[in-house]
Design a protein around this ligand. Sequence first.
Ligand code: FAD
Length: 412
Amino acid sequence: MSDFQGISAQWRPLREKVERFIEDRVYPLEQGLDDVDNDTYFEIMRPLMAEAKAAGIWALGHPREIGGHGMPFADYVLINEVIGRSEHAIVALGTHTLQDSLMLHQFATEEWKDRYLERLVAGEFFPSVALTEPAVASSDPTQLQATAVLEDGQWRVNGHKWFTTWANRAAFSTVFARTESDDTPAHSAFSMIIVPTDAPGYRIVREVPVLGMRGCHCEIELQDVRVPASNLVGERGKGFKIAQKRLGPGRIYHCMRWLGQAQRAFDLMCKRANERVAFGGPLASKQLVQKMVFDSAAEIQACRLLTLDAARKLDAGDEARTEIAVIKVVGAQMVHSVIDRAIQVHGAMGVTIDTPLERMYRHARFARIYDGPDEVHIQSVAKRILRTYAGGGDWDFAARDPIGAREAEAAQ
Ligand SMILES: Cc1cc2nc3c(=O)[nH]c(=O)nc-3n(C[C@H](O)[C@H](O)[C@H](O)COP(=O)(O)OP(=O)(O)OC[C@H]3O[C@@H](n4cnc5c(N)ncnc54)[C@H](O)[C@@H]3O)c2cc1C
């Protein structure tokens, strides 16, 4: 079992296998997957998914009881870092359904588990989550306007959502909607409801192009969509609580994958700096390039330690809200900056499709917005810390750190 200090011996060969699969099988197909329609996408992707299954590297982090490989969280986190090297690897290896599978497994009714769970884990279709709305600032989800009203044993769902990623490849969207009256406190007024994408009244308005890519971020309309009462995920009015449960581990997975992206960009940057010659010597001999290597190394290492620390706390049963909010901001900025520097060191080539960097850069830009923009996490962390001081306490970093905590224990 890993203690977040490194992958345990038991899983190391699997990590190497994943790395080889991504380098040999996924990297060569990446460009062909970028801007294709769904049919072409699945034509390329299905054989790759089948290969991953045959190689025993499919759905590694999903629990065994729902058809996954059942890796412990602590080890899976470190495999996820490698999977992150390619944004297409998460689909090729079936990890893209993890958060939604866990949510259904934990909160959905038996009927919906039977209907979707096994097929979701098997990669037969994508999941999708519809929270964000174009009409309101959705970083404050208490403002969301979608509604679901229970009538004659059915939910009648109405709403206008966008950035419902993968709705065009999904069998269902989990829709975040107000189910309680206006006088209910906002954090108890919203629920999650499963809406099949083929339900009458569910319409994909468009796939919203983003930074020149297709992206599969869909604008959807829900007009008097009727679904059974049993489509409620978890308890009524507990949408925020379920979202929080989903987002905690989800953000650790994101951060580990961003570290995988950063590693790939760092490798490319250092190789290029050694090979490319200008002004009488390799770029690697220029102090300004050395500074880019230094800054990237320091940011990657700092983010990695912060992320593993948050993962360790989460694994120990702590909600680790502060730690997770911190890594969401630090990780998203880190991956953006490291890829940006790698592009700079490549000069014009860095912005062409002759390296994966331009594509990685576009994806990295999204990271500072989805799952809560930087500013929202910064605000929540700073407020929590300041509240502690306002209440007469302090924010003792040593006591929050495992080494500091052990020292404090020993001193008693
Ligand atoms: C690639 C991508 C994929 C996505 N996938 C999904 C998905 O699958 N499902 C889904 O529901 N949503 C998805 N989203 C949407 C995403 O979660 C929202 O964009 C995000 O929550 C912000 O909401 P908003 O766009 O309405 O921005 P707004 O709420 O309008 O905020 C705009 C800006 O205001 C600033 N701001 C906000 N609050 C504060 C504050 N308190 N202090 C200071 N500044 C602040 C921030 O800079 C923020 O970027 C995705 C987004 C992207 C880019």
